[in-house]
Design a binder for this molecule. Structure first.
Ligand SMILES: [Zn+2]
Length: 299
Protein backbone atom coordinates (compact mmCIF):
# COMPACT_ATOMS: atom_id res chain seq x y z
CA UNK A 1 0.00 0.00 0.00
CA UNK A 2 1.21 3.44 -0.82
CA UNK A 3 0.82 5.78 2.14
CA UNK A 4 1.97 8.74 0.08
CA UNK A 5 -1.40 8.93 -1.54
CA UNK A 6 -2.61 10.84 1.52
CA UNK A 7 -0.28 13.66 0.80
CA UNK A 8 -2.04 14.81 -2.31
CA UNK A 9 -5.43 15.54 -0.78
CA UNK A 10 -5.65 19.31 -1.05
CA UNK A 11 -9.38 19.88 -0.83
CA UNK A 12 -12.32 18.29 0.88
CA UNK A 13 -15.84 18.94 -0.31
CA UNK A 14 -18.80 18.02 1.86
CA UNK A 15 -21.76 17.35 -0.40
CA UNK A 16 -25.37 17.30 0.77
CA UNK A 17 -28.69 17.04 -0.98
CA UNK A 18 -27.53 14.73 -3.76
CA UNK A 19 -30.96 13.33 -2.99
CA UNK A 20 -33.23 16.28 -2.25
CA UNK A 21 -35.43 14.46 0.26
CA UNK A 22 -32.55 13.32 2.48
CA UNK A 23 -32.46 16.27 4.84
CA UNK A 24 -29.37 15.72 6.97
CA UNK A 25 -26.93 16.75 4.22
CA UNK A 26 -28.51 20.09 3.25
CA UNK A 27 -29.02 21.14 6.87
CA UNK A 28 -25.52 19.98 7.78
CA UNK A 29 -24.18 22.22 5.03
CA UNK A 30 -26.28 25.16 6.17
CA UNK A 31 -24.97 24.75 9.71
CA UNK A 32 -21.36 24.34 8.56
CA UNK A 33 -21.59 27.51 6.46
CA UNK A 34 -23.16 29.52 9.27
CA UNK A 35 -20.64 28.42 11.87
CA UNK A 36 -17.59 28.33 9.60
CA UNK A 37 -16.28 25.33 11.47
CA UNK A 38 -13.55 24.42 9.01
CA UNK A 39 -12.39 27.95 8.26
CA UNK A 40 -8.82 27.51 9.48
CA UNK A 41 -8.34 23.88 8.57
CA UNK A 42 -5.00 23.12 6.84
CA UNK A 43 -6.90 21.32 4.09
CA UNK A 44 -9.50 23.53 2.41
CA UNK A 45 -12.97 22.27 3.31
CA UNK A 46 -15.88 23.49 1.24
CA UNK A 47 -19.52 22.53 0.93
CA UNK A 48 -21.85 21.89 -1.98
CA UNK A 49 -25.61 21.58 -2.10
CA UNK A 50 -25.84 19.13 -4.97
CA UNK A 51 -29.47 19.41 -6.05
CA UNK A 52 -31.01 22.61 -4.63
CA UNK A 53 -34.13 22.36 -6.79
CA UNK A 54 -34.91 18.84 -5.58
CA UNK A 55 -34.22 19.88 -1.98
CA UNK A 56 -36.62 22.83 -2.29
CA UNK A 57 -39.28 20.44 -3.49
CA UNK A 58 -38.35 17.73 -0.92
CA UNK A 59 -37.98 15.23 -3.75
CA UNK A 60 -35.24 12.70 -4.36
CA UNK A 61 -34.81 14.20 -7.84
CA UNK A 62 -36.63 16.28 -10.44
CA UNK A 63 -36.20 14.24 -13.65
CA UNK A 64 -33.83 11.43 -12.77
CA UNK A 65 -31.56 10.31 -9.93
CA UNK A 66 -28.58 12.70 -9.75
CA UNK A 67 -26.56 9.97 -8.10
CA UNK A 68 -26.87 7.85 -11.25
CA UNK A 69 -26.12 10.72 -13.63
CA UNK A 70 -22.34 10.97 -13.69
CA UNK A 71 -21.76 8.72 -16.69
CA UNK A 72 -19.40 9.92 -19.42
CA UNK A 73 -22.38 9.92 -21.79
CA UNK A 74 -24.14 12.51 -19.68
CA UNK A 75 -21.05 14.49 -18.72
CA UNK A 76 -20.07 14.96 -22.34
CA UNK A 77 -23.62 15.12 -23.70
CA UNK A 78 -26.34 17.74 -23.91
CA UNK A 79 -29.34 15.95 -22.40
CA UNK A 80 -31.65 18.56 -20.92
CA UNK A 81 -33.04 16.64 -17.93
CA UNK A 82 -32.49 18.69 -14.79
CA UNK A 83 -30.07 16.22 -13.20
CA UNK A 84 -28.03 15.80 -16.40
CA UNK A 85 -27.46 19.53 -16.50
CA UNK A 86 -26.69 19.57 -12.79
CA UNK A 87 -24.21 16.67 -13.14
CA UNK A 88 -22.33 18.63 -15.81
CA UNK A 89 -22.30 21.76 -13.62
CA UNK A 90 -20.99 19.82 -10.63
CA UNK A 91 -18.37 18.08 -12.74
CA UNK A 92 -17.16 21.47 -14.06
CA UNK A 93 -17.18 22.85 -10.51
CA UNK A 94 -14.79 20.12 -9.39
CA UNK A 95 -12.48 20.31 -12.39
CA UNK A 96 -12.25 24.12 -12.09
CA UNK A 97 -11.60 23.88 -8.37
CA UNK A 98 -8.54 21.76 -9.03
CA UNK A 99 -7.03 23.83 -11.80
CA UNK A 100 -5.13 26.03 -9.34
CA UNK A 101 -3.28 23.05 -8.03
CA UNK A 102 -2.92 20.29 -10.53
CA UNK A 103 -1.35 17.77 -8.23
CA UNK A 104 -4.05 18.31 -5.61
CA UNK A 105 -6.92 15.92 -5.23
CA UNK A 106 -10.42 16.36 -4.04
CA UNK A 107 -11.86 14.17 -1.32
CA UNK A 108 -15.65 14.10 -1.49
CA UNK A 109 -17.77 13.39 1.58
CA UNK A 110 -21.28 12.73 0.30
CA UNK A 111 -24.01 12.82 2.95
CA UNK A 112 -27.01 10.52 2.61
CA UNK A 113 -29.68 8.90 4.70
CA UNK A 114 -31.63 5.70 4.28
CA UNK A 115 -35.03 4.50 5.44
CA UNK A 116 -33.36 1.16 6.23
CA UNK A 117 -32.16 0.30 9.73
CA UNK A 118 -28.48 0.58 8.84
CA UNK A 119 -27.16 2.73 11.68
CA UNK A 120 -24.07 4.59 10.57
CA UNK A 121 -22.60 3.17 7.39
CA UNK A 122 -19.48 4.31 5.58
CA UNK A 123 -19.58 3.35 1.92
CA UNK A 124 -16.21 3.14 0.22
CA UNK A 125 -15.16 1.87 -3.15
CA UNK A 126 -13.00 -1.20 -3.44
CA UNK A 127 -10.20 0.26 -5.41
CA UNK A 128 -8.80 3.12 -3.35
CA UNK A 129 -6.82 2.32 -0.18
CA UNK A 130 -7.03 5.85 1.19
CA UNK A 131 -10.82 5.68 1.27
CA UNK A 132 -10.73 2.45 3.26
CA UNK A 133 -8.11 3.78 5.67
CA UNK A 134 -10.22 6.87 6.25
CA UNK A 135 -13.23 4.69 7.04
CA UNK A 136 -11.12 2.52 9.34
CA UNK A 137 -10.03 5.59 11.29
CA UNK A 138 -13.66 6.64 11.73
CA UNK A 139 -14.57 3.14 12.89
CA UNK A 140 -11.68 3.07 15.35
CA UNK A 141 -13.16 6.16 16.99
CA UNK A 142 -16.79 5.22 16.50
CA UNK A 143 -16.96 1.41 16.79
CA UNK A 144 -20.68 1.43 16.00
CA UNK A 145 -20.02 2.39 12.37
CA UNK A 146 -19.93 -0.23 9.64
CA UNK A 147 -17.97 -0.18 6.43
CA UNK A 148 -19.64 -1.17 3.18
CA UNK A 149 -17.35 -1.89 0.26
CA UNK A 150 -18.88 -1.31 -3.09
CA UNK A 151 -17.72 -0.83 -6.62
CA UNK A 152 -21.29 -0.53 -7.86
CA UNK A 153 -20.75 3.15 -8.48
CA UNK A 154 -18.33 2.72 -11.30
CA UNK A 155 -19.89 -0.29 -12.90
CA UNK A 156 -23.54 0.61 -12.83
CA UNK A 157 -24.51 3.83 -11.23
CA UNK A 158 -22.06 6.61 -11.96
CA UNK A 159 -22.57 8.32 -8.65
CA UNK A 160 -21.52 11.83 -7.71
CA UNK A 161 -18.66 10.38 -5.71
CA UNK A 162 -17.25 8.78 -8.86
CA UNK A 163 -16.03 12.24 -9.94
CA UNK A 164 -13.02 11.73 -7.69
CA UNK A 165 -10.94 8.70 -6.78
CA UNK A 166 -11.08 9.85 -3.20
CA UNK A 167 -14.23 9.97 -1.18
CA UNK A 168 -16.65 8.37 1.19
CA UNK A 169 -20.42 8.18 1.38
CA UNK A 170 -22.06 8.44 4.78
CA UNK A 171 -25.42 6.68 5.04
CA UNK A 172 -27.40 7.00 8.26
CA UNK A 173 -30.70 5.43 9.12
CA UNK A 174 -33.41 4.56 9.69
CA UNK A 175 -34.67 7.97 8.68
CA UNK A 176 -37.89 8.72 6.81
CA UNK A 177 -37.49 10.90 3.75
CA UNK A 178 -37.72 14.66 4.29
CA UNK A 179 -37.26 14.32 8.05
CA UNK A 180 -34.46 15.40 10.39
CA UNK A 181 -33.36 13.43 13.44
CA UNK A 182 -31.07 14.92 16.03
CA UNK A 183 -29.22 11.70 16.87
CA UNK A 184 -28.43 10.86 13.24
CA UNK A 185 -27.53 14.47 12.48
CA UNK A 186 -25.09 14.42 15.38
CA UNK A 187 -23.65 11.08 14.25
CA UNK A 188 -23.12 12.52 10.77
CA UNK A 189 -21.30 15.49 12.29
CA UNK A 190 -19.01 13.18 14.25
CA UNK A 191 -18.18 11.11 11.18
CA UNK A 192 -17.45 14.18 9.03
CA UNK A 193 -15.26 15.58 11.78
CA UNK A 194 -13.26 12.36 11.99
CA UNK A 195 -12.85 12.17 8.21
CA UNK A 196 -11.57 15.75 8.08
CA UNK A 197 -9.30 15.08 11.06
CA UNK A 198 -7.82 11.93 9.53
CA UNK A 199 -7.11 13.55 6.17
CA UNK A 200 -5.67 16.62 7.85
CA UNK A 201 -3.41 14.59 10.15
CA UNK A 202 -2.31 12.50 7.18
CA UNK A 203 -1.36 15.61 5.28
CA UNK A 204 0.15 17.76 7.99
CA UNK A 205 1.66 15.26 10.36
CA UNK A 206 1.71 11.52 10.51
CA UNK A 207 -1.17 9.28 9.61
CA UNK A 208 -2.70 7.95 12.82
CA UNK A 209 -2.03 4.31 13.59
CA UNK A 210 -4.65 1.96 12.22
CA UNK A 211 -5.33 -1.74 12.74
CA UNK A 212 -3.80 -4.17 10.23
CA UNK A 213 -7.20 -5.14 8.95
CA UNK A 214 -10.78 -4.12 9.24
CA UNK A 215 -14.11 -5.94 8.94
CA UNK A 216 -16.07 -4.84 5.89
CA UNK A 217 -19.33 -5.79 4.25
CA UNK A 218 -18.71 -6.38 0.58
CA UNK A 219 -21.43 -5.97 -2.04
CA UNK A 220 -22.52 -9.32 -3.50
CA UNK A 221 -25.89 -8.89 -5.22
CA UNK A 222 -29.20 -7.10 -5.31
CA UNK A 223 -32.34 -9.04 -4.47
CA UNK A 224 -35.37 -7.85 -6.49
CA UNK A 225 -38.99 -7.76 -5.37
CA UNK A 226 -41.29 -10.56 -6.49
CA UNK A 227 -43.52 -9.21 -9.28
CA UNK A 228 -46.19 -10.56 -11.60
CA UNK A 229 -46.08 -10.48 -15.39
CA UNK A 230 -47.41 -6.93 -15.42
CA UNK A 231 -44.58 -5.86 -13.15
CA UNK A 232 -46.82 -5.33 -10.10
CA UNK A 233 -45.47 -6.18 -6.64
CA UNK A 234 -46.74 -9.52 -5.40
CA UNK A 235 -45.10 -9.47 -1.97
CA UNK A 236 -43.59 -7.24 0.68
CA UNK A 237 -40.49 -7.57 2.80
CA UNK A 238 -41.16 -10.16 5.50
CA UNK A 239 -41.47 -8.94 9.08
CA UNK A 240 -38.71 -11.36 10.14
CA UNK A 241 -36.30 -9.65 7.75
CA UNK A 242 -37.42 -6.05 8.34
CA UNK A 243 -34.85 -3.96 10.25
CA UNK A 244 -32.35 -6.83 10.34
CA UNK A 245 -29.71 -5.05 8.30
CA UNK A 246 -26.19 -6.42 8.87
CA UNK A 247 -27.54 -9.54 10.61
CA UNK A 248 -26.74 -12.87 9.05
CA UNK A 249 -29.48 -14.09 6.70
CA UNK A 250 -29.44 -17.87 6.52
CA UNK A 251 -30.62 -19.91 3.57
CA UNK A 252 -34.34 -20.79 3.80
CA UNK A 253 -35.21 -17.93 6.14
CA UNK A 254 -38.34 -16.00 5.08
CA UNK A 255 -37.66 -12.78 3.18
CA UNK A 256 -41.00 -11.88 1.57
CA UNK A 257 -44.67 -12.29 2.42
CA UNK A 258 -46.96 -12.50 -0.59
CA UNK A 259 -50.32 -10.73 -0.60
CA UNK A 260 -51.87 -14.21 -0.74
CA UNK A 261 -50.25 -14.98 2.60
CA UNK A 262 -47.39 -17.20 1.44
CA UNK A 263 -43.82 -16.92 2.65
CA UNK A 264 -40.98 -16.68 0.17
CA UNK A 265 -37.69 -17.98 1.52
CA UNK A 266 -34.13 -17.01 0.85
CA UNK A 267 -32.50 -19.49 -1.49
CA UNK A 268 -28.95 -18.21 -1.93
CA UNK A 269 -25.81 -18.59 0.16
CA UNK A 270 -25.99 -17.00 3.62
CA UNK A 271 -25.04 -13.34 3.66
CA UNK A 272 -25.54 -10.01 5.35
CA UNK A 273 -28.45 -7.95 4.01
CA UNK A 274 -28.34 -4.14 3.84
CA UNK A 275 -30.70 -1.46 2.53
CA UNK A 276 -33.63 -3.68 3.55
CA UNK A 277 -36.85 -2.04 2.36
CA UNK A 278 -35.14 1.23 1.41
CA UNK A 279 -37.90 3.50 0.10
CA UNK A 280 -36.01 4.75 -2.94
CA UNK A 281 -35.11 1.26 -4.09
CA UNK A 282 -38.70 0.35 -4.98
CA UNK A 283 -38.02 2.44 -8.09
CA UNK A 284 -34.93 0.38 -8.82
CA UNK A 285 -36.59 -2.91 -7.93
CA UNK A 286 -34.19 -3.70 -5.12
CA UNK A 287 -35.72 -5.16 -1.95
CA UNK A 288 -32.32 -5.45 -0.30
CA UNK A 289 -28.67 -6.00 -1.08
CA UNK A 290 -26.71 -9.04 0.07
CA UNK A 291 -23.15 -8.51 1.25
CA UNK A 292 -20.36 -10.75 2.46
CA UNK A 293 -18.62 -10.02 5.73
CA UNK A 294 -14.87 -10.17 5.12
CA UNK A 295 -11.62 -8.85 6.50
CA UNK A 296 -9.87 -6.24 4.40
CA UNK A 297 -6.17 -5.54 4.84
CA UNK A 298 -5.05 -1.99 5.56
CA UNK A 299 -1.37 -2.74 4.98
ZN1 LIG B 1 -29.23 9.15 -0.88
Amino acid sequence: MNGDKNLIIEQITIVGGTHGNEYIGPFFIRKAEQTNIYQDNPIVVSTLLANPEAFTQARRFIDQDLNRSFSSDILTGNQDQHECQRAREISRHFSQGLSQNESGQHFIIDLHSTTANMGITLIVRNNEPLNLRTAAYVQKNMPETRILLSDMDHVQHQSLNSISRFGIVIEVGPLPNAVLRHDLFEATERVVDLVVKFLTLSKTRKEPKLPDEVTVFKFREKVPYPRDQEGELTAMVHKDLQDRDYRLLETSHPIFMTFQGGEIRYSSEPGYPVFINEAAYYLEDTAFIITDKVEASLK
